[in-house]
Design a binder for this molecule. Sequence first.
Ligand SMILES: O=C(O)c1ccccc1NCC(=O)[C@H](O)[C@H](O)COP(=O)(O)O
Length: 220
Amino acid sequence: MEASSIPRIKICCISSVEEAHAAIRAGASALGLVSSMPSGPGVISEPLIAEIAATVPPPIGTFLLTCSQDARDIIAQQRRCRTNTVQICDRLTAGSYADLRGAMPGVSLVQVIHVTGEESLEEALSVASHVDALLLDSGNQSLAVKELGGTGRVHDWAISRHIREQVRVPVFLAGGLRPENVGEAIRQVGPFGLDLCSSVRTDGRLDTEKLARFFTQLRS
Ligand SMILES: O=C(O)c1ccccc1NCC(=O)[C@H](O)[C@H](O)COP(=O)(O)O
């Protein structure tokens, strides 16, 4: 793959300072730090998120993943965790993106869109102009226990491509990405970035061999 078409890589579900630095050494441009979620394998405590974020050098994105739907809660969480980016994993229902911008100058906002069908395009278009990037993931917000990420499943990439073509902000693709499908994912969607969690872990821990295999495949 030509270097110019290789997407940035965000390694999510980071659970220690050591994992953060292993991911950066492998080539990650951003790290995902998952706070309290209704379900999923990657949750860590806020004090640990703050500790990890404080050790990460400035060019690297530190994404605080939140399931909160209330702008005031999200602002308070970011103040405790001090990441440079907030990834909003559910729909905002109280307060606004303007509230977030006003209270957190210099902090980037990434909105997750769970790609469930053609209706996801409308959702993406309605929020894209308010945020710095979209992250298109697999998940199901309608379940009794919401599934907001870390599923290990792919979704319909044709819809993700459609979204990527229609919005003006950078798009990250997530959901079940692994060495065997990453080339096809890039060809089909053309994302700015890729986000992965499950495929680079063994027994819940970041697996540096899997990580290296993923980056090798990406660059081949
Ligand atoms: O991992 C979790 O526990 C989690 C829960 C809720 C939202 C996001 C979560 N993980 C972070 C991510 O955004 C994942 O990297 C993304 O969903 C891709 O995961 P995977 O399909 O396992 O590569």
